[in-house]
Design a protein around this ligand. Structure first.
Ligand code: ADP
Length: 296
C-alpha cells in the first residue's frame, strides 16, 4: 500500500476503516479555518468525493473537539437534495477525515465575484432551492446560523448544496432561544449581535441578505469595518436602490430584514411568496458561473 504523505501529513491513499473504502487523493479544492479539502477518488468504483481533512493538532482544546463533534453529529443526520451529503467520518493518527458529496462548481461566492449581479430568474432558481433545504432543516429543528454565499455550493448540474454546519445548532424545544454563538456569522442578525436570544429567524435574516447581495451586487449593511456594519444592522440602516429590481422582491427582502425576529416570514412563507410566481428556469448552464444567461 502507498503510505506516502504530502507536506501537510495527509496520505496520498486514505482508507476508511469502517467501510474499507480506499480513496486516492486528487486535486486540492480549498481551505477553511481548520480544514483542507481535496477531491478523493474511490479506487474501486472511481466515484469522486470531497474529503475535508482536519489536523488533530487543530483540535486540542476541549471546546474545539466539541464543536467539531457537534458539526459532525448534525451534518450526519441530514439527507436532502440541496444539502451537501455527508458520507463518512473517521480518523488516523494525524487527522480527522470527513467524506462529503463533491461540489465541483465552487459556490455562489465565486459566481457573485465574477458576475456581481445575477438576474431575477436565476435568483428565483437558486433561492428556491436554498429555501427548500431550509424548510427541511427547520422542520428537523436545526438552525444553520451561517447561511452565506460561500456556504452555498454548486455541483455540475448547477444545483445548490448547502454546506458547512460548523455554526449550526439544534433547537431543544419550541421555547428554546439560543443565547450564545461561538463564531462570527457573515450575515449576522441584530438579535445575535444584541445577545437577545435567537432562533430560526436568523436564517431568514440571512436569506434577506443573500437575496439583496445576489440582485444588487453588494451586501445590505456593507461598510469598511465590522463595528460600523454591526451598528448599521442594529439600526436597520440599509437602502434598496429604486428601480433596479422588481417590486415583489423589494417587498420580500424588506420582510426578511425586519429588525424584530417575529415580524419576519418563516421559510414556508418565503416559499409561497409572490416573487416565486415569476419565471424560474428548470436548469441553468454552467456558463452562468461567468456570464449572464439570455432568456429569449
Ligand atoms: P472550514 O469549515 O474549515 O471553513 P470549509 O467547509 O469552508 O472548511 O471548506 C474549505 C474549502 O473547501 C471551501 O471553501 C471550499 O473551497 C472547499 N469545499 C468544502 N466543501 C466542499 C465540497 N463538498 N465540494 C467541493 N469543495 C468543497
Amino acid at each position: 500500500m502507498d503510505t506516502a504523505k504530502d507536506e501537510f501529513n495527509i496520505p496520498n491513499v486514505i482508507v476508511d476503516p469502517r467501510t474499507r473504502t480506499q480513496y486516492s487523493k486528487g486535486k486540492f479544492l480549498g481551505k477553511g479555518g481548520f480544514a483542507r479539502c481535496y477531491e478523493l477518488i474511490d479506487t474501486t468504483s472511481g466515484q469522486t468525493f470531497a474529503g475535508k481533512v482536519v489536523p488533530k493538532s487543530m483540535l486540542v482544546k476541549p471546546h474545539q473537539k466539541e464543536k467539531m463533534q457537534q458539526e459532525v453529529t448534525i451534518h450526519q443526520s441530514l439527507n436532502h437534495k440541496h444539502i451537501v451529503q455527508f458520507f463518512s467520518y473517521f480518523e488516523d493518527e494525524n487527522n480527522v477525515y470527513i467524506i462529503l458529496e463533491l461540489c465541483r462548481r465552487r459556490s455562489l461566492m465565486e459566481l457573485h465575484r465574477r458576475r456581481k449581479t445575477v438576474t431575477e430568474p436565476e435568483t428565483r432558481y437558486f433561492v428556491k432551492q436554498i429555501v427548500e433545504a431550509c424548510i427541511y432543516l427547520h422542520e428537523k429543528r436545526i438552525i444553520h446560523r451561517d447561511l452565506k454565499l460561500g456556504n452555498l455550493f454548486l455541483n455540475d448540474q448547477m444545483e445548490i448544496k448547502i454546506g458547512d454546519f460548523g455554526l449550526a445548532t439544534r433547537v431543544e424545544s419550541e421555547s428554546d432561544r439560543k443565547r450564545t454563538l461561538c463564531g462570527t456569522p457573515n450575515y449576522i442578525a441584530p438579535e445575535v449581535i444584541n445577545k437577545k436570544g435567537h432562533s430560526y429567524e436568523v436564517d431568514v435574516w440571512s436569506m434577506g441578505c443573500i437575496l439583496y447581495t445576489l440582485l444588487l451586487g453588494k451586501p445590505p449593511f456593507e461598510t469598511s469595518s465590522l463595528k460600523d456594519t454591526y451598528s448599521k444592522i442594529r439600526k436597520n440602516d440599509y437602502l434598496i436602490p429604486e428601480n433596479r429590481i422588481s417590486r415583489e422582491v423589494v417587498l420580500l427582502i424588506q420582510r426578511c430584514l425586519r429588525h424584530e425576529p417575529y415580524d419576519r416570514p418563516t421559510m414556508q412563507q418565503i416559499y409561497m411568496d409572490p416573487f416565486f410566481t415569476g419565471f424560474i428556469p428548470a436548469t441553468l448552464p454552467t456558463s452562468v458561473c461567468t456570464v449572464a444567461p439570455r432568456y429569449s
